[in-house]
Design a protein around this ligand. Structure first.
Ligand code: AMP
Ligand code: MG
Length: 401
């Protein structure tokens, strides 16, 4: 019997995004700008004022009306500092003006102070030719009243918050945080800080995912370690309370110890996906009493790749984020990859001297590869890139936030 073909990464992503769109977080809350970092805008932001609200000077210099000036030295009739309202410009004079100060009525250009000679009697001689509008920031050049400045579904980072502040907003309507229960399955797991017994390893995925989820603006319900036991798994899921996603690691590679899968089959629904992705072939998607469940493979590098490329966009889309794809760059490979595969490989890599170099050990259990790396290189199915060939590089900075 022929094995079922593996599910391409694009298809898995499309399915997850469709599932996310079918279960949007609808609750919103009104938060202060200081608390809005990393949140998702729940309402279009429309400008309630022109930016800038009035024409102002882009330079320290002298404002004048060009049509009134024949080249003669001009008397300085007022000084205008930023934050102060000017008087209308007296005809035949100029106004001393500083950067960001409103242009006086009647003026239409600014000569920068470096191009001016101040005469002994206080008048100024303008040394360089001028044009109307020169060194003037026109009213509304950035935004006009009524214009949509940010759309619903925009993630709010420092730049977006700065823009909201420019428009005078002290608070924003954002989507409520996604509540994610994180559970690590495996009898072998021990929390850091405790002694290791025979056959035991430390639980890395819990910390990896909990910290990452926090960066994504999620609320983490930290469940800790779940033993490989069907009854305990069922009890744990049933006791989770109000969460938007159950995210587990481990136990999805082979059926035998897949207690999460069994529990979902008993009290929910389950799909087991075999993905054309390496590391990270097996992935579970299901529901437990209506709550979506994503089961990631347990090897830490597999957890990292499947969370970063598939779960992160899912979580963002649940909050209505439109732009969920990480930026990627074409870079010359600094390595040879002679074995073509049937799965798309994501190699832990960093940029050195304009080339992408890969970590020497790409085993899915080696998280150190990712700590060494700056991102992931994508090697597509059936391809064998050689040194100098163009490969796609996704920086971790794109995935981690
Ligand atoms: P599993 O999918 O449960 O068979 O796990 C695959 C591999 O990942 C095994 O070597 C596990 O010991 C390891 N693993 C699973 N969960 C974790 C975890 N939370 N932290 C570190 N390693 C893990
Ligand atoms: Mg396990």
């Amino acid at each position: 019997m022929q094995a079922r073909p593996l599910m391409p990464v694009e298809e898995a992503l499309e399915r997850l995004l469709a599932l996310a769109e079918a279960a949007p977080i609808r609750d919103t809350e009104d938060v202060a700008l200081a608390d809005a970092e990393g949140r998702v805008l729940a309402r279009d932001l429309v400008a309630s004022l022109d930016l800038p609200p009035w024409p102002n000077s882009a330079m320290d210099g002298y404002a004048l009306r060009l049509a009134d000036w024949q080249g003669e030295p001009l008397a300085v009739s007022q000084r205008i500092f930023a934050g102060h309202a000017p008087a209308p410009l007296q005809p035949g004079t100029c106004a001393r003006i500083f950067t960001g100060a409103p242009l006086p009525e009647g003026a239409d250009c600014v000569e920068m102070q470096e191009n001016v000679e101040v005469l002994e009697d206080g008048r100024v001689r303008l040394l360089e030719p001028l044009q109307v509008g020169q060194n003037v920031r026109p009213q509304g050049q950035e935004t006009r009243v009524g214009e949509q400045v940010m759309a619903t579904g925009t993630r709010l980072g420092p730049i977006e918050l700065g823009l909201a502040a420019t428009l005078g907003h002290a608070r924003l309507e954002v989507v409520r945080r996604v509540r994610v229960a994180v559970l690590s399955t495996g009898d072998e797991l021990v929390e850091p800080g405790l002694p290791l017994g025979p056959g035991q390893i430390y639980n890395s995925n819990r910390r990896l995912l909990a910290s990452w989820l926090q960066r994504l603006g999620c609320e983490v319900v930290d469940v800790g370690i779940l033993a490989d036991d069907l009854q305990r798994t069922g009890e744990c899921l049933a006791g989770l309370g109000d969460v938007d996603l159950i995210l587990s690691t481990g136990g999805v590679s082979v059926g035998e110890a897949d207690y999460l899968g069994m529990a979902l089959r008993e009290a929910g629904e389950l799909a087991l996906w075999k993905l054309a992705i390496k590391p990270g072939k097996p992935l579970t998607f299901g529901h437990f009493r209506g709550v979506p469940v994503i089961g990631l493979p347990g090897n830490p590098a597999s957890t990292l790749v499947t969370f970063g490329l598939l779960t992160r966009p899912y979580l963002l889309r649940r909050q209505g984020v439109t732009q969920v794809a990480p930026l990627r760059f074409d870079m010359p490979a600094g390595f040879d990859w002679p074995r073509s595969g049937t799965r798309r490989e994501y190699l832990r890599a960093r940029i050195e001297q304009g080339q992408v170099r890969i970590y020497k050990n790409q085993s899915s259990g080696v998280l150190r590869s990712a700590a060494w790396a700056e991102g992931l290189v994508e090697v597509r199915e059936g391809t064998t890139p050689r040194e100098g060939d163009s490969v796609s590089f996704i920086p971790f900075s794109e995935l981690l936030g």
